[in-house]
Write a protein that binds this ligand. Structure first.
Ligand code: NI
Ligand code: MN
Length: 226
């Protein structure tokens, strides 16, 4: 059994009854998030890249939960230098953690902190937990190698940015879903700020039209996969 909770923007929590992990925990300053940082119990934090709308509350959560961070080498090393336990993975590499397997994929984007310090390449991530493969695309433009990602493993859930401006917009995101061919697509990274306003239903209709299920998750909604 796997529970996926949408915190808002690009932040999702995965829970299998024993383990609790969070991706891109941007809560404080996130205009749409309702969850309180103090309520998050995640022991692992996966970061797709260093932008502040993804790095978010990482430092508070590390302190609060004695959490460990899984990220791309440069971002992880930056955290390690601050005394944080961080796994410095890189694109194409996978590793078995106590909760499951994590593999980083390419993403076409950038990665730096708000002061402009370079934090390595941005990434997407495939998390295998509770027998499910979840592909969180991170922030990215459309790329044809997504087809390869879908060919190499059956993706159960694809979390795909549709906001445009910083990432794919709806039509590119639909093409991305077609390339990956997941069982279920979940839109993310939209309607957080006016500049990334999108109609989730338009995305859903277009994904359904290519024969793939789509779930628009409300803030703090939790879905359960058997
Ligand atoms: Ni970004
Ligand atoms: Mn972003």
């Amino acid at each position: 059994m796997l529970k996926i909770k949408y915190i808002g923007h690009s932040a999702f929590q995965f829970k299998d009854g024993q383990n609790d992990i969070i991706i891109d925990p941007f809560i404080t300053g996130n205009p749409v998030a309702k969850t309180k940082v103090e309520e998050i119990k995640s022991k692992y934090i996966i970061l797709t890249h260093g932008h502040s709308d993804h790095f978010g509350d990482t430092l508070s959560l590390v302190k609060q939960n004695d959490a460990e961070v899984i990220a791309i080498n440069e971002l992880a090393n930056n955290l390690s230098a601050r005394g944080i336990k961080a796994y410095n993975m890189n694109i194409g590499g996978a590793y078995h953690f106590p909760f499951g397997k994590v593999k980083f994929t390419i993403a076409h984007h950038s990665s730096a902190d708000d002061q402009g310090m370079y934090l390595g390449n941005p990434a997407g991530v495939i998390v295998n937990i509770a027998g499910k493969n979840i592909y969180h695309c991170g922030d990215t433009g459309l790329f044809y190698d997504m087809k390869l990602i879908g060919e190499m493993q059956k993706i159960d859930v694809m979390i795909v940015p549709i906001g445009d401006y910083f990432t794919m917009g709806i039509d590119d995101a639909v093409k991305a879903v077609q390339f990956v061919n997941p069982k279920l697509a979940i839109p993310s990274h939209y309607n957080t700020y006016p500049i990334i306003t999108q109609d989730g239903n338009e995305f859903k209709d277009k994904v359904n039209a290519i024969g793939i299920d789509c779930k628009i998750m409300n803030i703090d909604e939790e879905i359960q996969l058997m």
